[in-house]
Design a protein around this ligand. Sequence first.
Ligand code: B12
Length: 219
Amino acid sequence: MNAAELSNKLFATMIEADRSGAARIVEEALSDGMPPQQVIAEILDPAIVRLGKQWEEQTMSLAQNYVASKIAEDTLLRCIPKKDERSLNKGAVVIGNIEDDFHSLGRRSVGLFLEAAGWEVHDLGNDIPAEQFVEKAQEVGASVIGVSAMMQTTALNIRKVRELLDQRHLNGSIKLAVGGAVFNWRPELVAEVGGDGTAHNAVGADELFLRLRSETGGR
Ligand code: B12
């Protein structure tokens, strides 16, 4: 079965709330030798995009969407390599969903791809206030803060991170990456919230973070 077919199967298990069926599909792909990043990019991501479309077309309930999202999260967790299998040599970064935002799936994908690419990722989780992002970045010596927001309203909370970085004169040493579906729909929002750059998906996050790190004077 190719990736598109497996994605269709995974989508069906998400809609039918079939958690163990979803687990079997992922285990099968991984044990056939498909790299975890490919499982995410070609099997999981397209299934979530379809989920999003159905949600927007109002052909599913919030409860159904919620269970489907949990299954997507399980799938993502199954793809995360064990800590000791990674070599983290690109330096520290901090990621999280901005205050009031609970859309964790995209952020977790980004974290996974960054770790796989060699970054030491400090993932703060959902609903993170601006102060916490900046304080953690200072504590771990991060060159980039990556903030995820899925909704127009929550994206605007990212401005507080920008303000804090500027107030503390950290704008030269810590860069602000922003992302989430709302930035893909409205690219002008990146500048509106004071972001230094964005990537449309997790696959592009490593390149973005490398560029931003180089703007801090880091190698
Ligand atoms: C799944 C989902 C949920 C799940 C989230 C589960 C979870 N654990 O994440 C649940 C059911 C909990 C949920 C709740 C809500 N949701 Co919702 N949700 C979605 C949905 C269907 C998919 C989002 C998703 O996971 N996409 C898949 C991931 C892989 O893609 P992604 O998030 O875009 O991330 C990729 C890129 O954007 C990028 N990226 C992401 N972050 C970052 C960060 C950086 C730094 C970089 C570089 C890149 C990057 O890389 C990621 C991986 O490739 C979207 C619809 C849609 N089309 O997006 C609505 C959507 C985002 N939700 C919406 C709404 C309104 C809500 C609720 C208010 C619903 C309600 N009435 O209760 C609540 C609010 C919760 C909150 N306060 O955050 C709206 C937002 C409208 C808007 N434009 O403001 C949307 C667009 C649906 C809609 N059209 O109504 N939701």
